[in-house]
Design a protein around this ligand. Structure first.
Ligand code: ACO
Length: 377
């Protein structure tokens, strides 16, 4: 293996053929099953887009209804899952609790179904994971806070239920539409680290629960999904340190310490605007009224973006506006990354289905840099 064949971080390496999605940099388009994700986010619901991602075609009205009903039927958690969430130490990170929860769900499948990697079986199990994901995430958070559990309400739609389980009250339409848009923007994004992790695990013919459990661990990292929490916390920290007038100095200080500003930069987009972030930034002013400090935070948000562009030519990625929007929607910060994962489940399911349907084991090599020729005494 030579230097020439080695790409640090596998940058630019094509890991698998796929019909799920593709980042077309020249056309600035996130192609999802042939459609532009941004157009889908503007014109279609999260549920319709999830169906498209998983099944490969946009659903008609009947298919959307049936899909929504199946998700409702599968949303109840096994009792044991609540007991496990309750038994976790209160200091457990919500993303770790979600990882444990998804892993636990595997135990409720019969061994035959669990090990069945056929497309039909994966679609059934994938739908269960999608239905139960937000219930696990929200209730993991409640368990850590010592709050009562809030199961899904079968009368509510998928996104409404997420807000219901977070806040324990009927969500307003404005918030539901905003979360629908955010979930759609997060739904699928070609081959990020978490999707790659899921496919690597699936390639050993391990099951879909294991593959998605691995993806949760990957997405938790601050260089990936964890950036939405870090970005919101930075905006709040700037507010605490003095507000909009302090934003420039705050970022310059971070730069002088060679720290990364979370929510900026992207391996594939590099110095291009992430189309999801470009779409979502225009929604922010509609939601600043939801928090008393919303306008001030928005001024900080804009200054940070300006300074980052001036200093680094880096643009925000999706996690920057989404971290802020989720805060404005009054979602607790520790739930931001777990909800990102929940929104991404359709994408992960589609990739695991694809991997299992046409599998070749992932097994790369190393560029060996250790010693040779040593002998034990
Ligand atoms: N803040 C400051 N500098 C940055 C940032 C950032 N957020 N991102 C990249 N850079 C700089 C690096 O310091 C480096 O500079 P140098 O060449 O002078 O050393 C240069 O840009 C290239 O950075 P790399 O780390 O080589 O680029 P890579 O492709 O590996 O990084 C990554 C991509 C990890 C996403 C990076 O931009 C980053 O750390 N961003 C912050 C974390 C983040 O927002 N993650 C979310 C990703 S999107 C998502 O998950 C939805």
């Amino acid at each position: 293996m030579t230097n020439a064949e080695y790409s640090p971080g596998l940058e630019g390496v094509i890991a698998a053929p796929s019909t799920v999605s593709y980042l077309d940099l020249e056309k600035e388009e996130i192609v999802v099953r042939g459609y532009d994700l941004i157009e889908l986010a503007q014109k279609r619901s999260y549920l319709e887009t999830a169906y498209l991602v998983i099944h490969g075609h946009l659903p008609d009205e009947r298919e959307t209804m049936a899909f929504g009903e199946r998700l409702k039927e599968e949303s109840a958690l096994p009792k044991g899952a609540y007991s496990v969430l309750e038994a976790l130490p209160r200091q457990t990170n919500a993303m770790d609790a979600l990882r444990t929860g998804i892993s636990l769900l595997a135990s409720y499948e019969s061994p035959e179904v669990l090990q069945d990697n056929s497309t039909a079986a994966n679609l059934i199990k994938g739908l269960r994971i999608m239905a139960k994901g937000p219930v696990l995430a929200c209730n993991a958070y409640h368990a850590m806070k010592g709050q009562p559990f809030v199961p899904a309400d079968p009368k509510l739609g998928f996104i409404e239920n997420v807000l219901w389980m977070v806040h324990g009250k009927q969500p307003d339409q404005e918030s539901t539409e905003a979360l629908d848009l955010i979930f759609t923007c997060y739904i699928e994004h070609e081959m990020p680290n978490s999707t790659f992790a899921a496919r690597v695990i699936a390639s050993t013919l391990s099951d879909i629960y294991g593959a998605i459990t691995g993806a949760v661990a990957s997405l938790k990292g601050p260089l990936h999904g964890g950036a939405n929490e870090a970005a919101a916390m930075m905006l709040l920290d700037i507010l605490k340190q003095g507000g909009p007038s302090k934003a420039e100095e705050y970022i310059m200080d971070m730069r002088s310490r060679h720290e990364r500003v979370m929510g900026f930069g992207h391996r594939v987009y590099m110095r291009r605007y992430d189309p999801r972030a470009y779409l979502l930034k225009d929604y922010i002013p509609k939601f600043t009224h939801k928090k008393p400090e919303g306008e001030e935070l928005y001024a900080i948000y804009r200054t940070v973006e300006e300074v980052m562009f001036r200093e680094t030519k880096l643009y925000p990625n999706a996690d920057y506006p989404i971290g802020f929007l989720l805060y404005l929607l009054d979602i607790p910060i520790p739930l931001f990354t777990p909800l990102f994962l929940c929104a991404r489940i359709p994408g992960l399911v589609a990739h695991v289905v694809e991997q299992h349907a046409d599998n070749r084991l992932f097994r790369p090599r190393v560029l060996y840099q250790g010693p040779r020729g040593l002998h034990p005494a």
